[in-house]
Design a protein around this ligand. Sequence first.
Ligand SMILES: *[C@@H]1O[C@H](CO)[C@@H](O)[C@H](O)[C@H]1NC(C)=O
Ligand SMILES: *[C@@H]1O[C@H](CO)[C@@H](O)[C@H](O)[C@H]1NC(C)=O
Ligand SMILES: *[C@@H]1O[C@H](CO)[C@@H](O)[C@H](O)[C@H]1NC(C)=O
Ligand SMILES: *[C@@H]1O[C@H](CO)[C@@H](O)[C@H](O)[C@H]1NC(C)=O
Ligand SMILES: *[C@@H]1O[C@H](CO)[C@@H](O)[C@H](O)[C@H]1NC(C)=O
Ligand SMILES: *[C@@H]1O[C@H](CO)[C@@H](O)[C@H](O)[C@H]1NC(C)=O
Ligand SMILES: [Cu+2]
Length: 677
Amino acid sequence: MSSSVQWAIFLLATFSSGWQLTQSDSVNLENFLQPDDVGDYKEFVRDSDTTNCARDCKKDGAPRLCYYRFTLEAYATLTEACKNCTEDISQCANVQCVFADGFEKGILTVNRRLPGPSIQVCLGDEIVVDVDNKMPARSTTLHWHGIFQRGTQWNDGVPMVTQCAIPEDTKFRYNFYANQPGTFYWHSHDGTQKVLGLQGSLVVRRPKEDSPNGKLYDFDKPDHVILVTDWFHRSEEDQFPGMRNLNNYIFTYFLINGRGRYKDLKSGNSTITPYTVFHVQPGKRYRFRVIAATCSHCHTRISFEGHNLTLIATDANPVKPVVVDYFDIFSGERYDFVLNATNEIKSYWIKVQGMGPCALDNIYQLAVLQYDGANSALPKSSVPEADVFNPTGIVLNPENATCAKGQNGLCVTHLESAVPVDKNVLVPDPDIEFVLRMGYYYPNYTKDYYFTFNRPGPDTADTMFWFNNIFNQLPESPPLSQWKDIPADAYCPLASNGSAVCNKDLCSCFHNLKIKLGAVVEFTFLDESDAGGVNHPLHLHGFAFNVMDIGLTNDAKQVAAIYKSKQLSVAPVLKDTVAVPSGGYAVVRIVADNPGYWMFHCHFLFHHVAGMSFVIQVGEPEDLPPMPQGIPKCGNFLPPVGNAPKQLANSKSSSIVQWVDSVVEKGKKLVNKIFRR
Ligand SMILES: *[C@@H]1O[C@H](CO)[C@@H](O)[C@H](O)[C@H]1NC(C)=O
Ligand SMILES: *[C@@H]1O[C@H](CO)[C@@H](O)[C@H](O)[C@H]1NC(C)=O
Ligand SMILES: *[C@@H]1O[C@H](CO)[C@@H](O)[C@H](O)[C@H]1NC(C)=O
Ligand SMILES: *[C@@H]1O[C@H](CO)[C@@H](O)[C@H](O)[C@H]1NC(C)=O
Ligand SMILES: *[C@@H]1O[C@H](CO)[C@@H](O)[C@H](O)[C@H]1NC(C)=O
Ligand SMILES: *[C@@H]1O[C@H](CO)[C@@H](O)[C@H](O)[C@H]1NC(C)=O
Ligand SMILES: [Cu+2]
């Protein structure tokens, strides 16, 4: 049994007094409802408050029950709640006002916030999120990005893999333990709706003295979480699949914690909406947590004017500290770093610079780092240079992994885990090896119908995305809860070595790779997609993987030769999302000790939705914990024909007519009875 399972059981046994949901009748969840706003830095320590979960995590502190009510709605920026906010920014603080960058647009929100409420808890807490889907004409699910859901597999939030999508007007309760510390986030995993705003941060803290790099900082505040989202002024329908004559990239902007400004290209006028401001006390050291909650092909470069940054964790896993000037962050990745507030007392710019296709258009967003005692709220300095093409310092995680000495780059493969790596991962030969090529397919309108494609812009083609030439067609029912309902022919056929087989340019089937529980598994990804130098960020559910190697060729034989000849790191970094260099490769390993059906996919939303995913099935259905009673079911409805009741005919013998007559007769009797009284 793994240590975290044992640990969870220990917790259950130790703290199962009072509020355990297993005794649901005795719990009034309302008493544990968390505020939507985790509060600012001045009120962080609220020790007298015994129900607030966003607290200073103490070594002897008891775990808490953290209840969240998420109402999902179609909403808009600059509603009437905002009154005159674009001109009089004091109005922007109005309750229910979402102002974003001052552009008016339809969005989707949780509790009328952009981003949605932040979930911030301590290790060992129990999280309950009631999702109330009030979005007309949309189903939904929420995924807890980076959380393994070991023992609570049905909470992973992937429609048609771990649950049925939540239909409009219904509620679904997610319930799991915070038994991994680190920086995570939550987002809709259904269709493209997260691009419209269904995302928020999720932070699991532990006592500072238990954190491997805890000595490096003084404060780890709830408002020092930086959630970077991309933001399209165009409607979602125009964005996906996309249109022939509009370049999607040019319409990409960014928001930092849902805020920012934009400059209108035609008039040159800029909006004056408030920036996000991060406060620090001079001389103190702060832990910041950055989340790339972006959707488009553009990754971002983060920099803090006048400060270098000490990286201490990535994707919730501590690393040996390294000092960098910038870092590049791809969709789904998280980086935690320490900032020493030892510069001159004033305000500084924080810059999020669009990279990749967004670099050419100089798309960026700003926030403010303000020292207490600064004599102006906004920095007086001009906006820092982009440094996109010729960075003058150390860049962590640059695109194409150009990390050779002298190139100022520091790659993910140069990072070392700060905690001992599972020895099973470091064996010379893993139990199972998968080679997964990634590429594009351009559909032919003469013969290809009803494909889900994406068109990123006018100089591109309509495109579908695959692993090993397979468009991942999810089954009609989720395998986790309804594996018996899935017909055998929905699955892609598997070769004797376990890989899925496709002998055409494109196959469409459920790409499900079976893995024995406990096996050491190695995945080699080869990027054969040739368009635009995109670095696909791959994200795995249910696990973190050790990043064994990254390089710049996509030739399988060459990769094998390079990789086998290398002296591998003894402390390869653990991540759950990694960017594969354009035309290059990445090798990752897991110990498959978490049974379930886990998605592995490109985290660029439009690639994922247009086919670039597969599922790993770890163990057999009998290895799984029992599903909770009453979990909703779904599937196709295709009954045999010929058994339907006859259509209403003139004939009195029609069964429906007889039934209607009998109901009418009963109604009459009832009416008579009532009125005779
Ligand atoms: C909006 O605010 C601006 C700036 O304070 C002010 O000049 C203008 O009159 C206001 N408009 C309305 C409709 O209140
Ligand atoms: C740009 O700003 C100026 C000055 O505030 C204003 O006169 C002008 O109308 C604005 N232009 C547009 C297109 O909004
Ligand atoms: C980071 O900043 C400190 C203090 O300003 C400086 O001494 C150090 O050289 C910087 N490190 C890098 C890698 O730039
Ligand atoms: C597995 O077998 C398939 C079909 O024979 C082959 O194409 C593929 O390269 C093999 N994969 C590995 C990792 O050996
Ligand atoms: C598209 O498919 C049709 C029918 O199979 C075929 O005749 C045609 O050559 C294809 N076009 C391209 C560009 O491959
Ligand atoms: C990354 O590689 C792609 C093509 O392989 C290229 O177009 C792009 O310019 C490269 N980016 C950098 C920063 O070198
Ligand atoms: Cu991709």
